[in-house]
Every structure is written in structure tokens, then in C-alpha cells.
Design a protein around this ligand. Structure first.
Ligand SMILES: [Zn+2]
Length: 279
């Protein structure tokens, strides 16, 4: 059994939800964390998670979705959502410094405040980091995200650097802070990632697809979906000289362990969900 720890499948049309879940189950992807990117979108993630037993929700406001710094009303709403039983992670939150990104000040404040909500609710954080130029990798002293993670003691709740694409030095720093490294299909094409895939302890690796409606791809069958997790697992097994079964075992254990404080019964929920879904 594999787990996709970061996707946005609730953003597909509701008509597609069931097919996406069934295609994943056929590939043995039995647990999916679907993450909201705004308050409204987080509500939708919770709605999907309340329909499918093997879908779990992430909530949060993505840095590129900010139209101002999150205010008190927003934070109260996020905190309320964080209390829902379908929610297993605070996600997607983070830092995104690109030319067109929202103000740095809004991002820093909002990341910090959402981490604090996560801490209050024992929710691990699954975060996005995209920083300017090289400071993503090497010049981490200047990394805004790392300093917020340190200052807020976010390592207490744990979580993962999602869609990790940086270098090993950066991965090492995140591991030292207590986070997992979450790998996606980019592992099959970015050779610089191989060092991280090899050096990260097996107890600290997660798998994800970051699947969302890829409208820019005309051929619907080419859209990434949770069913593609075995591709990432297979590549990781090949790189580490092990079997896909072994990768499946440790990544699933890591995912379940990460959310165990928050949702101790996820394993049994997933086990129960497999039988009826396949019937
Ligand atoms: Zn995402």
C-alpha cells in the first residue's frame, strides 16, 4: 500500500473524483492527502475527505494565493478548519519568491501564523519553498523559509518539504530541523536530486504527486494523478538498489507515523476503505 502525501485532487471536477480515487486504488495507492490552497479550497478538500475514507485533507493558504497578509478573521477560520477530523496536515503553506509573487512581508507573516495554528492542533506542516536564485540550495543563511521554520520551532510538529527539488545540502538542513523530504516524479528527470534520494535516511522519505488539474496538457490521460506514485517509488527503489516493496513499506510507515499524533486511526481507516472500494 502506497500513500500520496501531497496532491490537490479535490480541485478536479466532482464528476472526476471517484475515477481518480479508483485509478489510484488499482495502483495500490490507498491513501491520499489532498491539500487546500486557500480557505475556500481547504473547505473543498475537507468535503472530499468526508466522502472518501482513504482521502485525508490538508488545509492552509498557499503563498501565491495571498492577496494580503492573513488577518485575524482568516486565522480564526483556518483554526476552525484545522479542528476537522478529516484534516491530517497543515498544507499547503510556505514561501514562494518569484518576481510575480505576493509581497514578501505577507508571505512571511502568513507562513509564521499558519505554523502556529498547526502547532496548536498538532498538525504536521507540508510546505512549499521556492526562493530566489541559489539561496534555495546553498546560501541558506539567507533562506527566509529556513529561518521561519527555525524561529517558529516548526520541527515540533514535523512535516515535509514537499516536491523537493533542491540539493543535498538543503535537504540535510531540513532533515536536521526534523522534517521529511517528499519526492515526486521530478526524481525521474532531475539527476541532481539523486544525491538526496540516496543520502536521505529511509525513515525520512515521503512520496507525492502534487496532482492537480493540468489544464495546460491537452491530453487528459497525461495529467499526473495519485495513480503515478508507483513511478516515483520505482525510481527511488532503482536508485537505492532496493525493491519497490521495500520503498512502499518505509514510505507508508513514514507517512502514517508523521500524522499519528493527529490521527492515530488512519491506518485502520485506510485498511477498511480498501475492501469496499475494490468490491
Ligand atoms: Zn501542491
Amino acid at each position: 500500500m502506497l500513500i500520496d502525501t501531497h496532491a490537490h485532487i479535490h480541485q478536479h471536477t466532482k464528476e472526476e473524483w471517484n475515477d481518480i480515487v479508483q485509478r489510484a486504488l488499482k495502483k495500490n495507492v490507498c491513501g491520499i492527502f489532498t491539500s487546500g490552497t486557500s480557505i475556500e479550497d481547504s473547505r473543498l478538500a475537507i468535503e472530499m475527505a468526508s466522502i472518501y475514507k482513504n482521502i485525508f485533507a490538508g488545509i492552509g493558504v498557499h503563498p501565491t494565493e495571498l492577496t494580503q497578509s492573513l488577518n485575524t478573521v482568516d486565522l480564526v477560520k483556518i483554526s476552525e478548519l484545522a479542528g476537522s477530523s478529516q484534516v491530517v496536515v497543515m498544507s499547503e503553506i510556505g514561501i514562494d519568491h518569484q518576481k510575480q509573487s505576493p509581497s514578501r512581508e505577507w508571505q512571511v507573516e502568513s507562513f509564521f501564523n499558519q505554523i502556529n495554528i498547526a502547532k496548536k492542533h498538532s498538525l504536521p506542516i507540508i510546505f512549499h519553498i521556492r526562493e530566489e536564485g541559489d539561496d534555495y540550495d546553498a546560501r541558506s543563511a539567507r533562506s527566509t523559509a529556513i529561518s521561519i521554520l527555525k524561529e517558529s520551532s516548526a520541527g515540533e510538529v514535523g512535516g515535509a518539504a514537499h516536491y523537493f527539488q533542491g540539493r543535498w545540502t538543503h535537504a540535510k538542513e531540513l532533515l536536521d530541523l526534523g522534517f521529511h523530504i517528499s519526492l515526486a516524479k521530478t526524481l525521474t528527470r532531475i539527476t541532481e536530486l539523486e544525491e538526496t534520494a540516496l543520502n536521505t535516511p529511509s525513515s525520512r522519505i515521503l512520496l507525492e504527486t502534487d496532482a492537480y488539474p493540468q489544464l495546460f496538457k491537452k491530453n487528459r490521460s497525461k495529467w499526473t494523478e495519485p495513480k503515478d506514485i508507483p513511478i516515483v517509488a520505482g525510481k527511488l527503489a532503482e536508485l537505492r538498489g532496493t525493491t519497490i516493496n521495500e520503498v512502499e513499506a518505509f514510505t507508508t510507515e513514514n507517512a502514517l507515523e508523521m500524522i499519528s499524533k493527529r490521527s492515530p486511526n488512519v491506518q485502520s481507516i485506510i485498511n477498511k476503505s480498501i475492501a469496499p472500494a475494490n468490491a
